[in-house]
Design a protein around this ligand. Structure first.
Ligand code: AR6
Length: 176
């Protein structure tokens, strides 16, 4: 586990569904009705009430984020963010990924949430290159915490050791 910015940005490896935080972010799709990857894991851990709550949301555009309760999760809330599918890099993917992080953080701040954990949005099924995604995630989170008191702590939760190493190397390069 590595911390930056006086502990406000925290990088760790693990299963996001197990974190005791105010909100975990889901790497969802536009339907907001579940899927594979981290989305499937979050729905399994939260129980069927999460899907019921998601049906009320009416989907979301790429780059948007919407919030529900966390139900059976330890996390009090789930922020459902839709990252872009990587299509080679010239379809606005970077801006859309930044928007997914920024809109999630704004939603967390609007709900006065103290701690929020992100998975590596778009870098699984959606194919976004991890190096670039890590830099966008860290720059967007860093700018947000510099300008806002909430959320106080933002966790980047890597699922693999390889991703954690990319996050750490990127943080060492751009946050110091
Ligand atoms: N905890 C933390 N990270 C996880 C976990 C977990 N339990 N499980 C997987 N990851 P992906 P995307 C990591 O594919 O690329 C879904 O079907 C995973 O290793 O979940 O944004 C949605 O419904 C990877 O690093 O999301 C969409 O249709 C990261 O989470 C689509 O996939 C994101 O991988 C979204 O694709």
């Amino acid at each position: 586990m590595a911390s930056y910015r006086s502990g406000r940005i925290d990088i760790r490896k693990g299963d996001i569904t197990q974190l005791d935080v105010d909100a975990i972010v889901n790497a969802a799709n536009q339907s907001l009705l579940g899927g594979g990857g981290v989305d499937g894991a979050i729905h399994r851990a939260a129980g069927p009430k999460l899907l019921e709550a998601c049906r009320e949301l009416g989907g979301a555009e790429t780059g948007e984020a919407k919030i529900t309760d966390g139900f059976d999760l330890k996390a009090r809330h789930v922020v459902h963010a839709v990252g872009p599918r990587w299509r080679g890099g010239d379809r606005g993917e970077r801006e859309l990924l930044e928007a997914a992080y920024h809109n999630s953080l704004r939603l967390a701040r609007d709900h006065a949430l103290g701690s929020v954990a992100f998975p590596s949005i778009s870098t699984g099924a959606y194919g976004f290159p991890i190096d670039e995604a890590a830099e966008i995630a860290l720059r967007t989170i860093d700018a947000f915490v510099a300008n806002h008191d909430d959320p106080e702590t933002v966790i980047l939760c890597a699922f693999s050791e390889a991703d954690r190493e990319v996050y750490d190397a990127t943080a060492a390069r751009i946050l110091s």
